[in-house]
Ligand binder design. Structure first.
Ligand code: FNR
Length: 351
């Protein structure tokens, strides 16, 4: 063990707390913005829904449809069961899977199996490692090797850290550290938020630092301010529940830069329509976390599998309805932006 056991116990306890609170509710109050994004129906369609190809290539591997089961868990005894089930579902549906933050296993090898299980279950799968952006570069490398990851998610979770009594307060080395991590690992590095979104300014700076893959983790789904406030009520900081960029806005902000980013849209993605809207706004794929966990917890693995299988079919239907014959066509289907989101874009000078 590299640090004191007390710290590891706290970390393990936190893993259980996050799951419990994420399952209870803790979404909103800010919507992700998809209701402000309208797709245009095309009545004169051509093609056959069942033969529309929904596969995409991501980090060198082909997945059956553009979805990542996003980072959630691992790192404490018993959590391997959830990761194992998520890996089985990802394998059966042929989609990608990210594990939760692996820092716990770097400090305590006794919980490595809670992450390693995903590679055992899904040896051919597109699997993403996950650590915080402040970890030592050699720990990030260890996380990648632990699960033979195809890419590494580096999470930026400043709001969450500030709300945790035991959270980080010193981010002075963040810029330097993410660059060092990028140099230390051999796989693509994804900069990922956890529910507060990535702005145009942040994306621009990340691009200058050499990062071209972003997971937006926007507001509108799982709300880590609400989760931390439920774990540790701090009424004076209650306004942080409403902090952050809704996912649709984050996506429009990043795309307005016109830089060659690969963008994963996540945060408040609930269904196939949200995914198509995200792709129409320029995302390469979408990520879903909290809602999948809830389905698994309440209705079981089979229900989660059915939900995802249905989603692939629905993507085909929606492609037919919008006249997109191929995945690449989705990026150019007509989109109408309304309401709050349009107002935001106008004030930010984004057309
Ligand atoms: C998360 N998320 C997360 N993200 C991350 O980068 N590392 C992590 O360890 C975790 N842990 C975690 C635990 C639980 C229980 C949940 C529900 C979520 C954040 C997750 O990957 C995602 O960015 C957000 O949840 C937003 O997506 P949804 O939940 O709105 O689809």
């Amino acid at each position: 063990m590299r640090e004191c056991v007390v710290m590891d116990l706290k970390r393990e306890e936190r893993k259980y707390h996050h799951l419990e609170h994420a399952l209870r509710e803790q979404t909103g109050p800010k919507p992700a913005g998809w209701s402000d994004v309208e797709l245009v129906h095309q009545a004169l369609i051509k093609g056959n829904a069942d033969s529309i190809d929904t596969t995409i290539k991501l980090f060198g591997k082909t997945i059956n449809f553009p979805l990542i089961i996003n980072a959630m868990t691992g790192g404490a005894p018993g959590l391997e069961r959830i990761n194992e089930a998520l890996a089985r579902v990802a394998k059966e549906t042929g989609i990608a899977l990210a594990v939760g933050s692996q820092t716990a296993a770097v400090y305590n090898p006794g919980v490595r199996h809670t992450y390693e299980v995903v590679r055992k279950v899904y040896p051919e799968g597109l699997i993403l490692a996950n650590v915080g952006a402040l970890v030592k570069p050699e720990y990030a490398k260890e996380a990648v090797e632990m699960i033979e990851a195809d890419a590494l998610q580096l999470h930026l979770n400043v709001v969450q850290e500030l709300l945790m009594v035991e959270g980080d307060r010193d981010f002075a080395s963040l810029y330097e550290n993410v660059v060092k991590i990028k140099e230390a690992v051999k796989v693509p590095v994804i900069l990922k938020e956890v529910g507060f979104g990535i702005s145009r300014e942040t994306a621009q700076e990340l691009y200058q630092l050499g990062f071209t893959v972003l997971d937006l983790g926007g507001a509108g789904g799982t709300n880590f301010a609400a989760i931390e406030l439920a774990r540790n009520p701090q009424e004076h900081l209650d306004y942080l529940r409403c902090w952050g960029l809704p996912t649709a806005i984050s996506l429009l902000e990043v795309n307005s830069l016109d830089l060659p980013f690969t963008v994963i849209a996540s945060g408040g993605i609930y269904n196939a329509l949200d995914i198509i809207k995200a792709l129409a706004l320029g995302a390469k794929a979408a990520g879903m976390a909290g809602v999948l966990l809830k389905i698994y917890d309440r209705y079981g693995e089979k229900a989660l599998l059915d939900f995802l299988n249905s989603m692939q079919k629905e993507i085909q239907y929606l492609m037919l309805l919008t006249g997109a014959g191929k995945m690449e066509d989705i990026a150019s289907i007509p989109v109408v932006i309304t309401g709050y989101t349009q107002n935001w874009l106008t004030q930010r000078g984004i057309d």
